[in-house]
Design a protein around this ligand. Structure first.
Ligand code: SF4
Length: 322
């Protein structure tokens, strides 16, 4: 099914039929290896501990998600470009079933040949830039991606220590006509360093920046309001995570349980299981309350927030300008 038809179906199923078991966004962790060791990152995402499936198995996962409700398939890791077969995998997924995102720390994107090939196979580039990726200076030549026609969404991790630097980043991104997404650091239960920003302070900064820079800031109003508990009564997240071996921890990788394997079964069938239904009650509890994807997609329970966000994204998709 085509991605735009899927989007219409998703809207009908979730907003009209009120069926919450329709994830629209999949964080697809295709590797657990990375060339960096960011302070806030869970070591299992860069040490290789979670493994890496062979090409054909990853393709099977993609096939098992094609006829599901997933509209946006985000290739992540680890660092997804560390896979030698990443171009093959992006190409395989990019047949119109999904909007394809690539989330990268930019390490391999310095190679212009590689970048040109990637540009043909993705719809959006999520480029991680912040103090913790040691690459803030990359904001100074960010506009170079324009010549490849890539829609760039800078993804920046906000901690209690760099919150005051967020506006400068937003300004630089705006100069290129791109978007920036501020993701609050999550303190994992075993994290030694506590980095998560104070929700009230984070809310205040985000409120001011969204009012001033509008759609350049890719966080929805629903997300911003959810930071201080202004959530709709029905708090369902529409995001799922897929581990490198195909396992799906649900509702998320922090406090979830594995509910199935998408290399073995269709996502549609996994989402119908009793286990998923009972675990969904845990949505937005404990640490998950401040995990970006839950907050962003939970805001889609409000029709007003959903329409406002979808309008911003449609403008970006069809005009190429944030
Ligand atoms: S670049 Fe991403 S995956 Fe790699 S260590 Fe940093 S946060 Fe983790």
């Amino acid at each position: 099914m085509g991605r735009d038809i899927k989007a219409v179906k998703w809207f009908f199923d979730t907003q009209v039929l009120k069926d919450p078991f329709n994830p629209g966004y999949a964080t697809f962790k295709v590797t657990s290896k990375c060339n960096l060791r960011c302070t806030f990152c869970n070591p299992s995402y860069y040490s290789g501990e979670l493994g890496e499936a062979p090409t054909e198995r990853v393709k099977k996962m993609i096939d098992n998600m094609r006829d599901s409700s997933v509209i946006v398939l985000s290739f992540e890791g680890g660092e997804p470009t560390s896979r030698p077969d990443i171009l093959d995998l992006l190409n395989y997924a990019h047949d119109g079933s999904f909007y394809i995102m690539l989330t990268s720390n930019g390490y391999r994107l310095r190679d212009e040949n590689f970048l040109a090939k990637v540009a043909d196979k993705i719809d959006f580039l999520h480029y991680s830039i912040d103090e913790y990726h040691w690459n803030v200076k990359n904001l100074d030549d960010l506009c170079r991606f324009r010549k490849y026609g890539i829609k760039v969404n800078v993804q920046t991790v906000v901690t209690r220590f760099n919150l005051d630097k967020l506006e400068e980043k937003v300004r630089k991104v705006r100069e290129c006509g791109y978007k920036i997404l501020a993701m609050p650091a999550v303190d994992y239960p075993d994290s030694k360093v506590k980095l998560a920003p104070d929700p009230e302070k984070f809310y205040k900064v985000m409120y001011e920046l969204k009012s001033k820079y509008g759609s350049t800031l890719n966080n929805s109003w629903g997300f911003i309001n959810a930071l201080v508990g202004k959530t709709p009564s029905r708090v369902t997240s529409y995001a799922i995570t897929v581990y490198p071996n195909g396992d799906i921890p649900y509702p998320d990788d922090i406090n979830g349980e594995v509910v199935g394997n998408v290399a073995e079964n269709r996502l549609k069938d996994i989402m119908k299981s009793e286990k998923v239904r009972s675990l969904q009650k845990k949505m937005l509890e404990n640490q998950a309350r401040f995990e970006y994807l839950h907050l962003q997609t939970a805001s889609f329970n409000s029709l007003r927030d959903l329409i406002s966000y979808a309008t911003e994204m449609a403008k970006w998709r069809f005009t190429g300008r944030a």
